[in-house]
Design a protein around this ligand. Structure first.
Ligand SMILES: NC(=O)C1=CN([C@@H]2O[C@H](COP(=O)(O)OP(=O)(O)OC[C@H]3O[C@@H](n4cnc5c(N)ncnc54)[C@H](O)[C@@H]3O)[C@@H](O)[C@H]2O)[C@@H](O)CC1
Ligand SMILES: [K+]
Length: 478
C-alpha cells in the first residue's frame, strides 16, 4: 500500500526533519536524486548524457533551488546546463552559486526560448508544494515552448499539489521526481505527472499515518477471496444482483457476469432480465423478483432498474435485508430523490455508493468540484456509506475518513456498461465479507487492470472487460 500525504503534513514533517539535519542536506539529497533520474531519462531518450543540453526553469522558491543544485550535479556528467530564472532577484542563492561554480549558464526569462528550443530535456523547477493556482503567463509561455521531455521537480507546476486540479496552463511532464513522500497530485493527476519516481530524503519516520492510500497489486491480491479447501459455493458468499429490465437486459448481464467472474461464490439474479441472464450465464440462479431471490450475503443493486416506484421498491427491499448493499446508477438517483428509502437500511449495515460526477451532484446538491477527495469524504460522512466517486481517478472514501485513490492505466474504462461491471465486482467482494472500503478500492483496482488488459492499447467494451477479469486476477496473483 502506498501512502500519500497532503502538503501541509509534508511541510510539517520537513520542518521536523530540517531541525535535526545539517543545513542544505535535504535539498542536496533531493537534488542528487533529481539529477540521477534526469540523467537516466536523457540516456534513455538520447542514448547519452555527456554533451546533452538541459534547461532548468527556475522559480522563486526551494523547488527552483532543487533544480539549480541538480543542474550543478548534471554538470559533473558534462551536461550543458542553462538555468532560466523567472524571478532572478528571488532565485535560490546557494543553488545559483553552485550552478555558476559548476560552469552552468544563467539567463533571463526573455532569453529562455532560444535555449529551450535546443534542449534535450527541460527541468521544471517553477513551483513545488507551495504552488497556488495555474502557471503565470511568463512561465506558461516558456513551458509551452518546450518540445523536449519535461522532468517535473517534485510535481508538475500549475497543477494543484493537494487536489491534482488543473485550472489553466500547467506542465505536462514525462517524468516527475518527487521527494520524501507521494503527494495527492501524484495519484490524482497522472497525465500531468507522467512517470513518478520517489527519492528518499529520510522523511518517512516524520510522516505518521498517510492521508490517502493507493493499493498496490499485492494488497489487492491478498484481499481478493479465492476458495480454500473447506469452501463450497455458499461459504464463499452469495451475491444478489438486482439490475436491468426486460427492455434493457444489458446492465443485468454485465453486472451478473462480472460477479460470476470475480469470485467462486454463488451469484443470484433477481429482475425482469432473468431469462436473458440465465441463457448467458447458466451458473446463475435467476428469479423475477428480489422477494423470491433466496438468501444472499450482499446485494448489488441499481444499474437499469429505473427510478420509478418499482425501482424504489427493489431498493427498499434489499436495504432491509441486513446485508451489505452496493447501490449504483439508478439506485443512487433514487436515494438522491427519495432519501427516505434509506430508512429501510438496518443501522450498521454497510452501504457502498458508486456515483459518477452527475450522480454525486444529485446526492450532495453540488458537483464534486476541484477537491474530489474532500467531496467524497463529505458524502461518505453524510450518507454513512463508503463512497466510490467515479472519474478518471477513482476516489474511495469511508465514513471513518479513510480514502483510497485508484490511478487509472489510460482511459479505457470510459465505455458503455463499464460501471455495471464494477458493480458486479463490488457486490461479489461484499458478499465474500471484505471490509466495504477495501472491497470498493480493490474492485476499482481490478476494474482498471481488466480495462487495460481488455484494451491492449485499442478501445474496448464492457463485455470484453468482463472477459478480462480472470486475466486481471491472474496478473495480480502472479
Ligand atoms: N523544505 C525542504 O526541506 C525541502 C524542500 N524541497 C523543495 O522545496 C519545494 C517547496 O519549496 P517552497 O516552499 O520554497 O516553495 P515553492 O518552490 O513550491 O514555491 C515558491 C514560491 O512560488 C510562488 N508561487 C506560488 N504559486 C505560484 C504560481 N502558480 N506561479 C508562480 N509562482 C508561484 C510563491 O510565492 C511560493 O512561495 C518542494 O516542492 C521541493 O521541491 C526539497 O528540496 C526537499 C527538501
Ligand atoms: K515543479
Amino acid at each position: 500500500m502506498q501512502g500519500i500525504w497532503t502538503t501541509e503534513r509534508i511541510r510539517a514533517a520537513e520542518d521536523r526533519l530540517l531541525a535535526v539535519t545539517p543545513d542544505g542536506e535535504l535539498m542536496r539529497r533531493a537534488a542528487f536524486g533529481l539529477a540521477t533520474h534526469t540523467a537516466a531519462l536523457l540516456a534513455g531518450r538520447t542514448s547519452g548524457v555527456s554533451g546533452r543540453r538541459a534547461v532548468l526553469l527556475v522559480g522563486s522558491g526551494n523547488n527552483g533551488g532543487d533544480a539549480l543544485w541538480a543542474g550543478a550535479f548534471l554538470r559533473r556528467r558534462n551536461v550543458a546546463v542553462t538555468a532560466v530564472l523567472l524571478k532572478p532577484e528571488r532565485a535560490h542563492g546557494a543553488g545559483l552559486a553552485a550552478l555558476r561554480r559548476s560552469g552552468g549558464r544563467v539567463v533571463s526569462a526573455e532569453d529562455g526560448p532560444q535555449w529551450i528550443d535546443r534542449a534535450d530535456v527541460v527541468v521544471d523547477g517553477i513551483v513545488g508544494i507551495s504552488a497556488r493556482g495555474p502557471l503565470r503567463p511568463d512561465a506558461a509561455a516558456l513551458v509551452e515552448r518546450a518540445s523536449a521531455p519535461i522532468v517535473a521537480v517534485d510535481l508538475p507546476s500549475g497543477v494543484d499539489p493537494d487536489t491534482g486540479a488543473v485550472d489553466g496552463p500547467a506542465v505536462r511532464a514525462a517524468l516527475t521526481v518527487t521527494f520524501g513522500a507521494l503527494k495527492p497530485v501524484h495519484a490524482l493527476a497522472p497525465d500531468a505527472c507522467g512517470e513518478v519516481v520517489l527519492v528518499d530524503i529520510g522523511l518517512r519516520p516524520e510522516l505518521g499515518e498517510p492521508d490517502l492510500v493507493r493499493l498496490d497489486s499485492p494488497d489487492v491480491a491478498a484481499a481478493w477471496p479465492v476458495p480454500g479447501p473447506g469452501d463450497d459455493k455458499y461459504s464463499q458468499g452469495v451475491v444478489g444482483i438486482a439490475a436491468g429490465s426486460a427492455t434493457y437486459p444489458g446492465a443485468a448481464v454485465l453486472a451478473a457476469g462480472s460477479a460470476v467472474r470475480a469470485t467462486s461464490g454463488l451469484v443470484r439474479y433477481a429482475g425482469h432480465a432473468a431469462d436473458v441472464v440465465r441463457s448467458r450465464w447458466p451458473e446463475i440462479v435467476a428469479t423475477g423478483s428480489v422477494r423470491d431471490a433466496g438468501r444472499v450475503q450482499a446485494w448489488a443493486v441499481g444499474p437499469g432498474i429505473g427510478t420509478g416506484q418499482e425501482g424504489r421498491d427493489v431498493l427498499r427491499h434489499v436495504l432491509g435485508q441486513g446485508v451489505p448493499v452496493c447501490a449504483d446508477a439508478d439506485a443512487t438517483t433514487i436515494i438522491a430523490r427519495s432519501p427516505e428509502v434509506l430508512d429501510a437500511r438496518d443501522p450498521g449495515t454497510p452501504l457502498v455508493l458508486t456515483p459518477h460526477a452527475g450522480e454525486f451532484s444529485r446526492l450532495m446538491g453540488e458537483a464534486p468540484g476541484a477537491d474530489r477527495v474532500a467531496a467524497a469524504r463529505d458524502a461518505a460522512r453524510r450518507y454513512d456509506a463508503v463512497v466510490l466517486l467515479k472519474g478518471h481517478c477513482t476516489v474511495v472514501a469511508a465514513p471513518d475518513g479513510r480514502v483510497a485513490v485508484n490511478t487509472p492505466r489510460g482511459s479505457w474504462l470510459a465505455t458503455a456498461g463499464s460501471g455495471d461491471v464494477l458493480t458486479g465486482l463490488l457486490g461479489a467482494l461484499l458478499a465474500a465479507g471484505l471490509d466495504p472500503w477495501l472491497a470498493a478500492a480493490s474492485a476499482a483496482h481490478v476494474h482498471a487492470l481488466a480495462g487495460s488488459l481488455a484494451a491492449g492499447g485499442v478501445p474496448t467494451s464492457a463485455s470484453a472487460l468482463v472477459t478480462a477479469i480472470p486475466d486481471a486476477l491472474r496478473a495480480l496473483r502472479s
